[in-house]
Design a protein around this ligand. Sequence first.
Ligand code: TPP
Ligand code: MG
Length: 801
Amino acid sequence: MGATKSINKRKVSVEDVLRDYRLVFESREASLIGRKEVFMGKAKFGIFGDGKELAQIAMAKVFQNGDFRSGYYRDQTFMFAIEGLTIQQYFAQLYAHTSIEAEPASGGRLMNGHFANRLLDENGNWKSQTQMKNSSADISPTAGQMPRLVGLAYASKLYRENKELHSFSDFSIKGNEVAFGTIGNASTSEGHFFESINAAGVLQVPMVMSVWDDDYGISVPKEYHTTGGSISDFLAGMQRTKSKAGYEIIKAKGWDYLGLIEAFEKGTKIAREEHVPVLIHVQEMTQPQGHSTSGSHERYKPKERLEWEKEYDCIVQFRKWILENELSSEEEIDAVEKEAKATAKEARQNAWNGFISDIKKDQDKAVEILEALGNESAHGGTILQIVSELKSTLNSIRLDTFKVVKKVLRITRNEETSARASLVAWLAGANKENHARYNSHVMSESVHASINVEEVKAEFSESSPLVDGREVLQACFDAAMSRDPRVFAIGEDVGKIGDVNQAFAGLQDKYGKLRVTDTGIRETTIIGQGIGAALRGLRPITEIQYLDYLLYAIQTLSDDLATLQYRTVGGQKAPLIIRTRGHRLEGVWHSGSPIGMILNSLRGINVLVPRDMTQAAGFYNTMLKSDDPALIIECLNGYRLKERIPDNIGEFTVPLGKPEILRKGDDVTIVTYGSMCRVVMQAAQELEEVGISTEVIDVQTLLPFDVDHSIIESLKKTNRVVFADEDVPGGASAYMMQKVLEEQQGYLQLDSQPVTIAAKEHRPAYASDGDYFSKPNTETVFDKVYELMSEVDPIRFPEIY
Ligand SMILES: Cc1ncc(C[n+]2csc(CCOP(=O)(O)OP(=O)(O)O)c2C)c(N)n1
Ligand SMILES: [Mg+2]
């Protein structure tokens, strides 16, 4: 270490200070240039970390290998400081460069300011997290990073307290890792923030939560956001005391270099050593360029505020402090600034060159073929004109080339030349490449992808016990827990009583409170707890007590979990299993089957709808072998129905995307799932009695859906199809219809109109009559199918009513 100086009883290294100054200045420069790039039309949108630089330097100083960040779009300086991002990569994201090497966080899929490191290698396998500084992948919804943060911190608790996990040293060194959260002051108003803060306080996990407080949320000042204007004052009741567990709450100022360093040192030591959550409220931050490129802050900030922001700009104050303490000279700092500017500028140029040259490579090839075609074609003049316009388009991007290629192929549709064939081939190749650029990794593409898990059939013998369905699950969970110490289950009433339907009964006694655990009533952080833990190599089963309450967690599931592999182009995964129960029991909020909503919002998560507990157990086994997430919806009315426990309860698997024919028939195919299987099977029996033969198919999994297109085979035989479920009309029944009639070309096989059977438009009314007149029942299915057949053959099947 070079020269040091004692300031406020603290030894300060001149070299460190100047390195920090250089970095904050580079980061500021990146923000300033970034905004200009957007205004010049080279990038579509920009949001930058200016005004928040200094605190992030302090956070980076205490951030160690194995630690995790879960933050938001202002954190560029932190990412630069931990060497998790280069300025060039930062600009590559601004331009939407689709190369993973150039833009490792999201391969150009996310707007700028969305940070992530690659937790997975190119084959989708985990890298060693304890040898890296980790950042979970950002999302744009404000406070959306919070639930996952709870889980990232919770994993440390499990890794520390459960000795069986001490050998997993690629993920944790006995739980010494801290999860660092960042959030803007205005976003602390979100429910997710409060729910997460409470959860982490209850759990007592190593979380350091920083609030970057610039007094504004876009144009709206703090009095609209926070009671009393200060989040740390507001949360003061959570401060731990000698007799009460809680938070350590620390305040710091965004322009106070040493104060920030001390705050982060103190807070992180407490979190890391004691596993106590810490809130660091960093006040007096600024926003030199306003919120984003969408507007200017002069429109809404009073003059005095703008003046204050200029004076208390953290870089201005940092420079002043350096000079006041005689750590450096004006000339030396000026030189650092000059170099920092040059560094940022060069990084921008390199990023732009990389971005443009990748695009140009594709375009040059297309232009070459287009010109050859222009020279051969009867429409040569028009084609060469269009191509020359393309060539002269400034900063043209892929879509410009695509539009031209498609236009030329249209113009030459009656021609057959080798140049045209080359252009068609170019288009096919480019489509494939663009699929990889923009559409891949909705689900895992690794060898562990759930779709690759092989079927292991359930085995039964004479001694296979006949039990209540819940006991089949209990045996399955018991086997999973004894097989793998990484498996744990959490949820409301899951611990002591083993869930409201007792599938975990006795398992807390057997495996301990860290493996089978009660939680508060807080659905979205139950999911977040699972996401964070799954990101750190654990295998959580998180329970949502009833399917109806999944809505509380749908934002986290949809925005965070479902997009994770996609938004990182396979750079991160969270193989979380969400267990819930639904479809049918009692009343408006315990009978829900909002499957259409789920299918429409959760692409990226398997949606599995087992008809009984044996199939459910098979799905748990399948999912525990895979690296995809899944929502498994058990039948709420099935726990007390008798089933046999397979002899290989811990090993058998049910493959995904494979419907099962429950009953063979010739006249009508009925496609259904979940609790409706029993209703439909009963109706099928009654239809048989009047001479109508139905083939009943349980699709078993809705995402993925019938991957081998087996249902069409049934339609080829029956030429009639009914899609039955208990969602609203046009819900998941419409989804199944689209899959079979359009994707599988089922319409070609039909002799009758396709039919859907669903519940009524409203939620189901209470009690047995309420259910009967709200949800489809045996009679509904009978009548609908009979009507269909009556239209075909009114003599054989005369109208009943
Ligand atoms: C759920 C949600 N609502 C609204 C927005 C739009 N939005 C983006 S940033 C922002 C303001 C956030 O302010 P703050 O949390 O204080 O962070 P700052 O930008 O000031 O650092 C808003 C309203 C969003 N991204 N997500
Ligand atoms: Mg703010």
